[in-house]
Design a protein around this ligand. Sequence first.
Ligand SMILES: Cc1cc2nc3c(=O)[nH]c(=O)nc-3n(C[C@H](O)[C@H](O)[C@H](O)COP(=O)(O)OP(=O)(O)OC[C@H]3O[C@@H](n4cnc5c(N)ncnc54)[C@H](O)[C@@H]3O)c2cc1C
Length: 375
Amino acid sequence: MSSERTHDVAVVGLGAMGSAAAFELSRRGIDVIGFDRFSPPHAFGSSHGDSRIIREAYFEHPVYVPMVQRAFDLWRELERLSETMLLEQTGGLMIGVPGSALVEGARHSAEVHGLQYSMLSADDICARFPVLNPDSDMVGVWEPRAGILSPEACVTVQLEQARMRGAILKFDEPVSHWLADGSHIGVVTGLGRYRARQMIVSAGAWVASLLPGIHLPFRVERQVLHWFAPIGNAHLFTPENCPIHLWQFDGDRFFYGFPDKGRGVKVAFHHGGESTAVDDVRREVAMSEVDDVRTAVRRFVPATDGRILASVVCLYTNTPDEHFWIDRHPGHSNILVASPCSGHGFKFAPVIGEILGDLVEKKRPRFDLGLFRWR
Ligand SMILES: Cc1cc2nc3c(=O)[nH]c(=O)nc-3n(C[C@H](O)[C@H](O)[C@H](O)COP(=O)(O)OP(=O)(O)OC[C@H]3O[C@@H](n4cnc5c(N)ncnc54)[C@H](O)[C@@H]3O)c2cc1C
């Protein structure tokens, strides 16, 4: 069904970033229409799988720290508004050999921003968290604020809160293309045509299909999440006893894990997945992939070397430098692009929503976005 009305902003893609943007814009009194090709939250993009890590001593770059600090506040605010628990604080450990990018990056961010943290030796880690089994030459950066977000609940709540404030949200209505028409954008779906003054493209792994005619160096990477049954000592995997843990090992391999939130112990590799076309993703998981992650489980979290309970495929949208991409379209200043978050964006969703709100309102965002510009 087409609409004669001209909306202030059309949001294309209502996953983590789009739902955050729809909420933020609608609470500023901006007239929003949003579209998704599925019914979010769903399991075809990048925002499913029960849990996402939020951490403050950001090894990727200190510039993310003020943003994640704001995100902590915004997630808590969303919890209050929705009366829903979204974030569980567990503390976090970044583990690797001294000098590794993970350990040194986390320590550097903590130092630059004066964060609370402590350095733990391998013995300290084993004594404090008996489920973790670092190599003897590894160390850990412990940060107390880290924790777990529930991605499906976060997306649901952001969409509900947006709707309550007047946003029109259309599910199962993919945008096929758009037309720039002077100062307006015509948004075309299989069901109709819509008009908006500005558009946000937050289509995650599909983002390139909505930005034809320009070179985008993004790579969609298939990632697999696995849930294992703990063997014995299940209480050691409760959130009180098992913080989120992220490991760098054998050079530049990354592995991470969570406490058991009731569905088993979730573990995964960070990166190292195959490149994929977004509409042709290999959704089945081979036993060799389970065996591969089990090798890391046996080495670093041996008490969860039980039955494999589930394996689920999810998608990263990577930029070449693995920093985010949040900017205006180079040819159309009324189009904003905000999605390629290189496998570490979820925790920032509400602050990215706030940044998009500022850009829509032509206000200067309070964060340094230099790393995220079109490049
Ligand atoms: C396995 C895995 C683990 C991760 N772990 C973490 C973590 O621990 N911490 C962290 O911070 N981040 C993590 N991330 C990254 C984070 O989850 C992503 O950065 C974030 O979810 C991306 O959100 P998005 O809104 O860009 O994409 P999505 O949430 O996938 O949303 C994109 C939406 O666009 C819709 N869409 C696509 N095309 C169209 C169209 N043509 N018309 C309308 N709608 C369209 C899709 O249906 C989808 O709903 C992880 C990602 C994965 C895959």
